[in-house]
Design a protein around this ligand. Structure first.
Ligand code: FAD
Length: 317
């Protein structure tokens, strides 16, 4: 079922969902199931599965965190199919422009359609670690908007090269990314919003935001989006702080601000167990305010661990 249909069916009740990362290459999917199992009692209508072209480890270098590339993580579509089958839940593979030709993307989408996957998240992807700027693959897309158009074409039965009279069209519901604190490459929030509107005009059905810690920024973003004619659901993405290093890592990687009061509380922690608890309590308060505002879904970034999200969901759902 489409995410937009889930939202409609919920009839203004806020839904719970989360994003998972495929296991490291060579690791068992059982570890992933062990993280998903405790969250299923909160009845997520859908689970997102990320795609990574590169995998990173962060090492400290001259007081800053340096990103080291290790290897790529495969498995997104396979995991979507496995989870869908095991838990009877909708899954949303993240489909990237970067690293894929249009033909490869078409094959992936055709596979998704055969597997009964109804939703895809269309993303550009980041620059590779050896690149200063994002570079499209030869024969691939430069911006997420173009990927949205390709998916919409497929929805109409239009394949890249073949003139096929399709009697079994895909009908993907398409998610795209939005940035309440603007995308790191965008010259201004207003310009970035115009780019978001282009993705919506190309056929995006809903938006999921980058993580943020100040709800005011999300509310202002939704308002500004409405003002330029974006009326599709804008789902807030929430990341509970889990380790002290997040204070440095999250702003560095995602270009987001962390509020002073949260920084102070995390700084005062003596152990990561205490940090985890601070992160949980902050996310609960943040989520409660978003719930009260009637957001369609509360979407949590698990980053491979689910115990903190379970603790948050227990308070809310
Ligand atoms: P786009 O919408 O293409 O925008 C990228 C930049 O280009 C923006 O600055 C935009 O303003 C600008 N722009 C757009 N169109 C034009 C134009 N015509 N001319 C000039 N500038 C333009 N990354 C992964 O690798 N894997 C994932 O699974 C993943 N999941 C994500 C999930 C969510 C909810 C979010 C918010 C992000 C995710 N990302 C993921 C990160 C994402 O790939 C990066 O943030 C990437 O740098 C931008 O992707 P996008 O789809 O927003 O790109």
């Amino acid at each position: 079922m489409k995410i937009t249909e889930h939202i409609k069916k919920a009839n203004e009740k806020t839904l719970f969902s989360f994003e998972i990362i495929p296991p490291k290459k060579g690791k068992s999917i059982e570890d992933l199931y062990a993280n998903i199992d405790p969250l299923m009692e909160f009845k997520p209508p859908f689970i997102d599965v990320t795609t990574s072209r590169e995998e990173y480890v962060y090492v400290e270098k001259e007081g800053l965190l340096d990103r080291k590339v290790t290897r790529m993580r495969p498995g997104t579509v396979g995991i979507c199919a496995a989870i869908k089958h095991k838990y009877d839940v909708d899954t949303v593979p993240h489909v990237l422009c970067g690293g894929f030709t249009k033909e490869e993307t078409e094959y992936l989408l055709v596979d998704c359609h055969y597997l009964g996957i109804d939703n895809v998240m269309a993303l550009r992807g980041d620059a590779m670690s050896h690149q200063k700027y994002f570079e499209a693959s030869k024969g691939g897309h430069q911006y997420a908007k173009e990927l949205v158009s390709q998916i919409q074409n497929l929805n109409k039965g239009k394949y890249l090269h073949d003139v096929i009279e399709s009697d079994n069209c895909a009908d993907f519901c398409i998610g795209v990314a939005g940035y309440p604190e603007k995308h790191l490459e965008a010259p201004s929030l207003q310009t970035d919003l115009k780019r978001l509107k282009e993705k919506v005009d190309a056929g995006a059905d809903y938006v999921v935001t980058q993580m943020f810690f100040d709800n005011k920024k999300y509310f202002e973003f939704v308002e500004a989006a409405k003002n330029i004619g974006i009326t599709i659901p804008i789902i807030p993405g929430i990341k509970p702080i889990a380790v002290k290093k997040h204070l440095q890592l999250l702003p560095q990687v995602f270009r987001i601000d962390i509020p002073e009061n949260l920084i102070k509380e995390v700084d005062a922690c003596k152990t990561n167990k205490e940090v985890r608890q601070v992160g949980i309590e902050f996310a609960i308060q943040q989520s409660k305010e978003l719930l009260a505002a009637g957001v369609p879904v509360l979407h949590y970034y698990s980053m491979g661990k689910s115990d903190n999200i379970q603790a948050i969901a227990k308070e809310l759902f």
